[in-house]
Design a protein around this ligand. Structure first.
Ligand code: SF4
Ligand code: SF4
Length: 162
């Protein structure tokens, strides 16, 4: 962990619109979650099949993404995030979280396509500030690496499924 610098300055986050004093409006994070379809369909319109089996490694990795509390610290620390240039590591980690799930895979392509635009995953500069800032120790750079790979494969071969 980085050394604590003293004195500690208390100020509002810079990457979100300030509402008042230390209060910021983080609603764009929730808009990003909608954009990447950060949920699993359970409304009966998909054949879910038998209960999915997952490896313990995948369960452990998914658990770490499930701990995101949408605090925005990773976005605050990310040099690429701001002014709508980049969707940011939090939403990408949720793409990984849902795409790893056997039921989530049914809508995997929609999630990948949501992060394939100019402001998507390729806008990441790999500074790795995000993973250091996350208070929940979420492996954000692992998620970015894996989803980058998935989007490249989807870009090259996704049309074969159509
Ligand atoms: S690796 Fe760097 S550029 Fe990419 S999301 Fe993390 S802080 Fe932002
Ligand atoms: S810093 Fe961690 S917990 Fe907070 S929004 Fe980012 S990924 Fe989620």
């Amino acid at each position: 962990m980085d050394q604590l610098e003293l004195p500690i300055t208390l100020e509002p986050m810079q990457k979100f619109p300030n509402v008042r004093d230390l209060v910021v409006d983080r609603s764009e994070m929730f808009e990003h979650l909608k954009r990447v379809h950060a949920w699993i369909e359970l409304d009966g319109s998909y054949d879910l099949g038998p209960g999915p089996r997952m490896s313990q490694d995948d369960v452990a990795e998914r658990y770490s993404y499930s701990r995101c509390m949408t605090c925005g610290c990773c976005l605050e620390a990310c040099p690429q995030y701001g002014d709508g240039n980049y969707i940011g590591p939090q939403a990408i980690a949720q793409v990984r979280y849902q795409n790893m799930h056997p039921s989530g895979k049914m809508t995997r392509d929609a999630r990948l396509e949501a992060i394939m635009g100019e402001d998507g995953i390729t806008a990441c500069g790999n500074a790795q500030n995000c993973v250091r800032a996350c208070p929940m120790s979420i492996p954000l750079t692992k998620a970015i690496y894996e989803e980058n790979r998935e989007t490249v494969v989807h870009g090259l071969f996704g049309w074969l499924k159509r």
